[in-house]
Ligand binder design. Structure first.
Ligand code: SUG
Length: 419
C-alpha cells in the first residue's frame, strides 16, 4: 500500500548565508550572517523525528559533496581539491560560495514526483530538477539524480534526469497533487511563472509540460496554473511559499495564482470533493505569508482523515498568522497545528515543506539506508555533534579548515550509512 514518505534533506556541514538567491527575501536579507550548521542539521533531524512520531515513515537524502570541486574543475580550476578551492576562492569569491552552498537540503527542489496511480505505466516517476535559474543550485542535479537512482532503485520507480537547462525546473516546489488518498488516482497541478517581474520566474511552463509528458500523466487530469506575478515579486520564488496541497485539500493564499477563479473551477470540475481553503489578504497580508512561511508548512493526513499542519516557529511570532491559526485550526479541514523550529533553514528561505520531498511509496521499495529509525536518528545526531561545524562566517568559506571539515563530515556520514 502506498504511503506518504517524506525525504528530508540532511542539512550539510557547509550551510551558510551567502545571499545567493535573488527573489528569495530571507536569503537576501541574511547576507553575511553567521550560520550554525550543527544546529541547523539538528533542527532538521528534530523535525524528521517529529513527523515520525505522528506515525509516518520518514526518509532522508544526503548532503551533496561541497565544496563542489568537480564543478569548479569544469570551470577551469586545476590541481588537487585544496588547490582548486584556493584558486576559485581567490579568483572569484562569489563563484566559490556558489560551489559551497548546502542548498540541496531543500529537497522539495530535488525532483518532481508523480505517484504510480497517476501514471500510464503505473510506476512512480521522479524527474531530477535542473534548478537552472540559480547558479549555486544549477549543479545539484547530477549528484541528486545519482542519489535518487540509489534510493529508488526498485523497478516500481522510473527516475529521469534533469530537463535541458533552457527550461527552468524547480521540482516539487512548483507541483501539487490532489487525491482522495495517496494511493488513489489524483489530479496533478503544475505551477509555473512568467518572466517580466522584478525577480526571476524559476519554473517555466514548458518545463512543467515536459515533466507531465515524461511522467505519462493523463492530460485530462493534469492542470497548468500560472503563479501570480505579484506573489513572485513579493518573494514567493516558489509556489510552495504560498500554497500547499495534501489529499483533497488545497491551502493557499488568495494572491498565489494569476487566475485563482479559473484554477478553482477546473479543480471543482475534475474533483468535486476537493476542498479549496483560501486565506485572504485581509486576513493575512501577502508579505506576512511570505515572512512567516505559513503555506510552506507540511500538511499531513491524520488517521481520522483530518489534516495536521506543521508550521515553522515564525508563524507564531507573526500576529496576523497567529490570529488566523487561533481562529481556524480545529474549526475547518485542518484539525491540528504543530510548531517546529527550523530557524537556520528559514533564514535562507527554506521552511518545513522546502526541506522535504514527498513520495507516495511502499516503504519496502525504498533502500532501507535512506529510511530513518530512532536508532539511526541517534547515530546521525551523534555524528553531527562531532563533525558539523558549529558556526560559519563568510570569511570561513575561504579557509582550508572548513573544506577539510566538510570532507571529513561527508566521509563519516557515508561510513555510518555503509555507502
Ligand atoms: O532555492 N535558498 C533556497 C531556498 C529553497 C526553498 N525551497 C522551496 N521553497 N521549496 C533557494 O532559494 C539560499 C542560499 C544562500 O543564499 O546562501 C537558497 O538557496
Amino acid at each position: 500500500m502506498l504511503q506518504e514518505i517524506n525525504f528530508d534533506g540532511l542539512i550539510g556541514p557547509t550551510h551558510n548565508y551567502a545571499a545567493l538567491s535573488l527573489g528569495n527575501i530571507a536569503s537576501q536579507s541574511n547576507a553575511g550572517a553567521t550560520s550554525r550548521p550543527r544546529e541547523a542539521a539538528l533542527q532538521g533531524l528534530a523535525k524528521m523525528r517529529f513527523v515520525m512520531s505522528l506515525g509516518l515513515p520518514q526518509g532522508y537524502l544526503l548532503p551533496l559533496d561541497r565544496p563542489a570541486t568537480g564543478w569548479l574543475r569544469s570551470l577551469g580550476f586545476t590541481g588537487d581539491d585544496d588547490a582548486v578551492c584556493a584558486a576559485a576562492h581567490a579568483a572569484d569569491p562569489r563563484l566559490f560560495a556558489q560551489a559551497c552552498s548546502a542548498s540541496s537540503m531543500w529537497t522539495a527542489n530535488a525532483a518532481t514526483v508523480s505517484p504510480a496511480p497517476d501514471t500510464r505505466d503505473r510506476r512512480t516517476h521522479l524527474s531530477a530538477a535542473n534548478l537552472a535559474r540559480m547558479v549555486h543550485r544549477s549543479h545539484e542535479h547530477t549528484e541528486t539524480e545519482a542519489m535518487l537512482r540509489r534510493v529508488f532503485a526498485h523497478p516500481h520507480f522510473a527516475v529521469h534526469p534533469a530537463l535541458p537547462a533552457a527550461f527552468g525546473d524547480e521540482g516539487a516546489a512548483n507541483h501539487m497533487r490532489l487525491a482522495p488518498a495517496h494511493h488513489l488516482p489524483g489530479l496533478e497541478i503544475f505551477v509555473y511563472g512568467e518572466d517580466g517581474g522584478r525577480f526571476p520566474a524559476r519554473q517555466s511552463r514548458r518545463a512543467s509540460e515536459a515533466i507531465a509528458r515524461r511522467h505519462q500523466l493523463d492530460p485530462a487530469r493534469t492542470l497548468f496554473a500560472q503563479q501570480s506575478p505579484e506573489a513572485i515579486d513579493a518573494g514567493a520564488f516558489h509556489n510552495d511559499v504560498v500554497a500547499v496541497a495534501n489529499g483533497p485539500l488545497l491551502f493557499a493564499h488568495a494572491r498565489a495564482f494569476a487566475d485563482p477563479q479559473a484554477l478553482r473551477a477546473d479543480i471543482a470540475r475534475l474533483m468535486p470533493d476537493a476542498v479549496w481553503l483560501e486565506v485572504s489578504d485581509a486576513e493575512i497580508p501577502l508579505a506576512d505569508a511570505v515572512s512567516s512561511y505559513l503555506f510552506n508548512s507540511q500538511l499531513l493526513t491524520r488517521p481520522d482523515g483530518t489534516h495536521a499542519l506543521i508550521v515553522p516557529h515564525e508563524c507564531q511570532t507573526t500576529p496576523s498568522v497567529k490570529a488566523w491559526l487561533d481562529l481556524n485550526i480545529g474549526h475547518g479541514p485542518i484539525a491540528r497545528v504543530h510548531v517546529v523550529n527550523v530557524r537556520e533553514s528559514m533564514r535562507n528561505g527554506g521552511g518545513p515543506a522546502c526541506l522535504r520531498l514527498r513520495v507516495a511509496a511502499a516503504p519496502h521499495t525504498i533502500d532501507p539506508r535512506f529510511l530513518l529509525t530512532d536508532a539511526r536518528a541517534d547515530a546521525l545526531e551523534a555524528l553531527i555533534e562531532t563533525h558539523w561545524p558549529e558556526a560559519i562566517t563568510p570569511a570561513d568559506l575561504g579557509h582550508p579548515d572548513l573544506w577539510h571539515h566538510a570532507r571529513a563530515a561527508r566521509a563519516a556520514l557515508h561510513q555510518l550509512l555503509g555507502l
